[in-house]
Design a protein. Structure first.
Length: 556
């Protein structure tokens, strides 16, 4: 093996480096082996990543057993669920870039021969994948796993139910005591949010794109079997180092299309659009927002999962895991089975070993899909020339037309919903919350959950240049581009003007004369940045449109 780490560890001139490494227990024999970086996103601010310290220890055991030397290091994580609805939520998408940058920096600095990235909460997953694609040394993504469901009133619940209960309580539909009971029951231990929300969507993506060994992601974080998964990942990375199998060998146009099909078939989060666009940029693979529509239209929705379905992520594990979905897609010809995976085997070979639990109802057979097309739809029109995204799982209505209720930040909209000022037929518009305008493109689960909890799911639409949590459900359109802060059409929208959304035609339009909108935008002035210094100011200066993945670099 031609080992990168030998640049640091071997030869007379590297004696000072070896001396420092010996100070913390490494031996000459350790330093002659492949050095594997174990990038850990453990943090004590959320349940999602809480057990990753223990899981990393098992990964390192697997690496040592397979003939490597692990070196663990940490990066950051921001909890979407904890920060939701506050100024802190602006840090979430920004953290994706910091995670990618920090893993890349440590990898370049210490010249690891391979990397295992332990991830859980939403942005840690794409952030780690982006870093692996930049470094392009053998690497894999190990998902910490889902939380187990909570129980309330005889049914499984997740954090989604707490957000919706806030709206229900504000509308007088449930008591303070019931809200507290739901709050106390929803999150029983460590693990990432328990529906097909963003974390579990991106975990699905990583298996289907080939960066995670198939069959590893669906095992819950507190399941004893996760230890075996972690040990195996230590062995898998060593095999990848020996065969010099790199992330850019794995992440190709066909594997990205496989991942998009998986998002469509599983009813995954709208955030997958943003993150896969960003990953494609890092891999040097051409990908446009319209590709999600093309692939989603031909892929059936098969998984009956929350936020719109009946089941939680733990039920996917009990049904046989993500390989069951992979096999469905392969059997139906919805994916390219020849795509290579981190194990060195093809997608088709891995999917063929799926072990489906008899009688499971979580992942439908190809003969009985929930819908004939996937869960995401890309909209375009006079209000979103570059595109917008809506999740249609669980939606029956195809059209909404109503007066715009315009808010220049999430807090204003939330106050209006809680105060009962939103009426049936309204289109709630939240602008200046895009990647640059927010900054950081906040998720809107507080507002969307409050709308659902207030009983307005079937009668109100929401449109924003911000994002949605994977737990969002209802007639909610996000990622509107260009964003208002860049002078997009949202910036020229006035209170009470009619907005039309047509899912069948894939249109979102402002029903005012084009010349009127053009006149308004011609005299529009960009608001002053909300942050003038620090990481948010830096992000504002660099970030691209949501339709381009909200990345912070451009190819020279």
């Amino acid at each position: 093996m031609d080992l990168h780490s030998y640049t640091i560890t071997q030869g007379r001139d590297r004696a000072p480096a070896r001396a420092m490494l010996k100070a913390i227990g490494f031996t000459d024999e350790d330093l002659k082996k492949p050095i594997i970086g174990v990038a850990n996103t453990w943090i004590e601010t959320m349940p999602c990543n809480y057990n990753l310290r223990e899981l990393a220890a098992k990964v390192k055991q697997g690496i040592r057993a397979a003939g490597g030397t692990p070196m663990e290091f940490n990066t950051i994580a921001i909890s979407d669920g904890v920060t939701m609805g506050t100024e802190g939520m602006k840090a979430s998408l920004v953290s994706r870039e910091v995670i990618a940058d920090s893993i890349e920096l440590v990898g370049r600095g210490h010249m690891f021969d391979g990397i295992v990235a332990l991830v859980a909460c939403d942005k840690t997953i794409p952030g780690a994948a982006m870093a692996l694609l930049r470094l392009n040394v053998p690497g894999l993504i190990l998902y910490g796993g889902t939380i187990l469901p909570g129980r309330h009133a005889g049914r499984d619940i997740t954090i989604q139910d707490v957000f919706e209960a806030v709206g229900a309580n504000a509308a007088g539909r449930i008591t303070d005591q019931e809200l507290l009971e739901i709050e106390n029951s929803a999150c029983p231990g460590a693990g990432a949010c328990g529906g097909q929300y963003t974390a579990n969507t991106m975990a699905t993506v990583m298996e289907l794109i080939g960066l995670s060994p198939m069959g590893t992601a669906a095992v819950p974080q507190v399941d004893p079997a996760k230890d075996d998964v972690c040990f195996r990942c230590g062995e898998v990375i060593m095999a990848a180092v020996r065969r010099d199998l790199k992330p850019r060998d794995i992440v190709t146009r066909k594997s990205i299309e496989n991942a998009i099909a998986g998002v469509a078939a599983s009813g995954g989060s709208t955030n997958a659009v943003l993150h896969l666009l960003a990953m494609a940029r890092e891999a040097g693979v051409p990908l446009e927002i319209d590709d999600f529509q093309t692939i989603g239209s031909r892929t059936p929705l098969l998984s009956d999962l929350k936020p719109a379905g009946r089941f939680v992520a733990f039920d996917v594990h009990k049904a046989g895991g993500i390989p069951v979905l992979a096999k469905r897609l392969a059997d139906g010809g919805y994916v390219d089975g020849s795509a290579i995976t981190i194990t060195g085997r093809t997608f088709a070979e891995e999917a063929a070993e799926a072990r489906e639990t008899p009688g499971q109802e979580v992942i439908r057979p190809l003969s009985n899909p929930i819908k004939s097309s996937g869960g995401l739809v890309i909209l375009k029109g006079t209000l979103a020339p570059e595109g917008a995204v809506i999740k249609v799982t669980g939606l029956d209505r195809k059209v909404h037309r109503g007066p715009a209720r315009v808010f220049d930040c999430e807090e204003e909209a939330m106050a209006a919903v809680i105060a009962g000022r939103i009426r049936a037929g309204d289109v709630v518009v939240i602008r200046y919350e895009g990647p640059r305008g927010g900054p950081g493109m906040r998720e809107m689960l507080g507002v969307t959950g409050a709308i659902v909890g207030a009983g307005l799911t079937e009668s109100v639409a929401l449109v924003t240049d911000g994002r949605f949590s994977g737990a969002t459900r209802g007639f909610m359109v996000g990622h509107v581009a260009p964003e208002a802060a860049n002078g997009g059409p949202l910036a020229g929208l006035a209170e009470g003007e009619s907005v039309s959304i047509d899912i069948t035609e894939r249109r979102i339009d402002l029903e005012v004369a084009p010349e009127t909108l053009a006149q308004r935008l011609a005299v529009w002035k960009a608001p002053q940045p909300r942050y003038r210094t620090g990481v948010f100011a830096k992000y504002c200066a660099l970030v691209s449109s949501a339709s381009d993945g909200a990345v912070t670099w451009k190819e020279n």
